[in-house]
Design a protein around this ligand. Sequence first.
Ligand SMILES: [Zn+2]
Length: 437
Amino acid sequence: MVTAAWAVVVIQVATGAGVLTARLTAPDLPRAAVAGAAQDRTVRGAGDREAAARTSAVTALLVRRASALIRRDRDAFLAGVDPRTPFRAAQARLFDALAAVPLADVGYDLDPARALELPPAAARRYDVPTWGAAVRMRYALAGYDGEPTAQEHYLTFVRRGGRWYLAADSDFASAGQRTARGLWDFGPVAAVRSRRVLVLGHPASLPLMRRILRTADAAVPRVTRVWRDWPGRVVVLVPDSTTELRRLVEHAGDLSQIAAVASADVGIDGGPPAGERVAINPGPFRSLSDFGRQVVVQHEITHVATRDVTSTNTPYWVAEGFADYVGYLDSGATVRSAARELGTDVRAGRLPKTLPTERDFAGDSPRLARAYEASWLACRVIAERIGRDGLVRFYREVSEAAGTPATALTAALRTQLRMTPAEFVAAWRDHLRRELG
Ligand SMILES: [Zn+2]
């Protein structure tokens, strides 16, 4: 039996507007020079010239840093870090922690217009000129990320002896600007992989990571049998604690009932989501049976597969119900065992009147388990009437329809099921009564 619930989390990153004046890729040094030159032509006066020189120096520093990460050149990486602060030792540990991570396409997008003023407490720690900026770090996990993803880093640079160095990445946290974190910020990272699945975690978790690899590797083709149009590759993160998970996915809600989450970085400038990950909550996940783990992993991989289509018009009950529909597929689970809490309600005469809403899926919702069960059965109703492919078409139509969530749902129910929302709710309640009563 599945004792924990699960959720989908979309992490909003890098949606700020603004022209990127120095968009760099590590192996792309000539373009960096061009970007710097373009800025030089627009400057006026001594202050502007100083700013342009700083932009140029910091840009070059970030290009060297990206290049060092790709080439695994520790000396070059550390040469760009302030030698006078403990941050340098932390950066050395970070570089070492990344050794097993297949990084590719590393780059930093620096826009001087996104300069930040250091909070006073942070500024007092430096006795040399400083400059702060919000910078987008791009990277891809080679072989698993179709496109590079981007995350926000809030960086402090210092000038010592005419040279600029990276001096900190957490000075702005007190102002709510927290640099995105990866597993590598929490210690050495180990990797296990198949052609379809990359599992990253810490070395102490290797036995669990290997089991998750087998589970996820079996889940991917099952997901693809239902949802055919996705790359069929997935990255799973195994942090050591819920605290670490919370930081990785920037989730502020209650995770105590959550065994795993699916997350993604929202694409730059309105582009499609990137950096899709399944992230495991180690405590609740370890408490699951093998069956529960298979269902959870298959459920989360379904979220990854449908990510490009899922929109703000996708009702929660459709996204979660569909993920459970795929998660339970061929599992042999009976409706009575997989919808236990809802069954108790139905037999006690408490048949739900409406489909679950977003609020029912909050991590601390007392109705969380019932919300998943009710959504799963709603998707089964659809699949029973118009088949598995019909359910997929319904998911796509409701997600891609223009208009409000309500009009999108009404239109999709009409097109795919020839039903009004009220007729669908009535059919779903009949199903609950029949299957659970
Ligand atoms: Zn989910």
